[in-house]
Every structure is written in C-alpha cells, then in structure tokens.
Write a protein that binds this ligand. Structure first.
Ligand code: HEM
Length: 140
C-alpha cells in the first residue's frame, strides 16, 4: 500500500501551486494589457497618427515579450514543446519589431507591417494558451 505524503509536504506543494498560479495570472494579465496597448498604438501608427509614441510602443513591446518569455519559462515542465516554441516566437517578435522599419522599404513595406501585426497577435495567443495551461496545472 502506498503511503500518503506527510502533511507538511502537502501544504508545501499547495503553497508552490498557489504561487505558480499567482505568477502565471500576473504574467498573463501583463501579456493581455500590453498586447492590447500595442495593437491600439499600432493601428494609430497605421493611420499615420501618434507616431511620436513609437519609442513607447517599443518599450511596452519589450515588456510584452518579457512577460511572454516568463510564461514560457514557467511552462517548460508542463508544456515543453509549446513553451519552447513561445520562447522562439518571443525572440521573433522582438527581432522583427526592432528591424522592421528597415525591412523591404518602398511600396511593398506593407507586407512587413502586416507580418508584424500577425506575429504580434499570434504571440498574444501563445501567451493566452500558456497562461491557461499553467493555471490549470496549478489547480490540479
Ligand atoms: C519588442 C516588440 C515590438 C517592437 C520593438 C515593435 C516596434 C514597432 C515599430 C518600430 C513600429 C513602427 C513601424 C513603422 O512606422 O514603420 C511598429 C508598428 C506597429 N506595431 Fe509594433 N513592435 C513590437 C511589438 C508589437 C506587438 C506585440 C504588436 C501587436 C500585438 C505590434 C503591433 C504593431 C502594429 C499594428 C504597428 C503598425 C503597423 C506597422 O508599422 O507595422 N507591435 N512596431
């Protein structure tokens, strides 16, 4: 017959799960808030306004990527493949963001702009999935 774990170990595990849940929730909220902010600013840039806020967009973008990477690192044990893909994707978001103004200049630059938008939306989706999985894992 298997012995049940001592009470101390059980409450330790519960505390760790609660800490994981709180951290995952905070990072997920950060992904949501910064992601939405990026989308709104980006759409404004697209319409030719608020371009003086590009440095703010870049700073918030870094925060967004860090929150996604944080979720991915936390999920490495529970969702290894998706977590690794999210780390790679986070790097793609940052590299594309930092280089995009110089990529494909001229009439076809809109392709890069659409790509930047789609890559960002996919990153928000990855953050949502990772956050959901982490919170479910911490509950069970
Ligand atoms: C490290 C992350 C990011 C960096 C460094 C970055 C950088 C930039 C820059 C420099 C621009 C202006 C480009 C131009 O005027 O030609 C821009 C525009 C834009 N960004 Fe970001 N961005 C980041 C993340 C995101 C994310 C996560 C989203 C969406 C979820 C997003 C959505 C947009 C949109 C829609 C535009 C307007 C269209 C465009 O110019 O591509 N960005 N971004």
């Amino acid at each position: 017959m298997r012995e049940s774990p001592p009470l101390g170990a059980k409450s330790g595990r519960r505390k760790a799960a609660s800490a994981l849940r709180k951290t995952a929730t905070t990072l997920l909220m950060l992904v949501r808030v910064t992601g939405l902010f990026q989308l709104i600013l980006g759409i404004l840039f697209w319409s030719g306004s608020a371009t003086s806020l590009i440095p703010l967009h870049i700073t918030v973008g870094i925060l967004f990527v860090l929150a996604l990477l944080g979720l991915a690192v936390l999920a490495l044990r529970t969702a290894g493949g998706l977590a690794t893909a999210s780390i790679v994707w986070g790097v793609v978001v940052a590299v594309l963001g930092f280089t995009q103004t110089g990529l494909v200049p001229g009439a076809a630059h809109w392709v890069i702009q659409v790509l930047h938008l789609l890559v960002g939306i996919a990153a928000i989706g990855l953050g949502e999935t990772l956050g959901g999985r982490l919170r479910r894992a911490a509950q069970s």
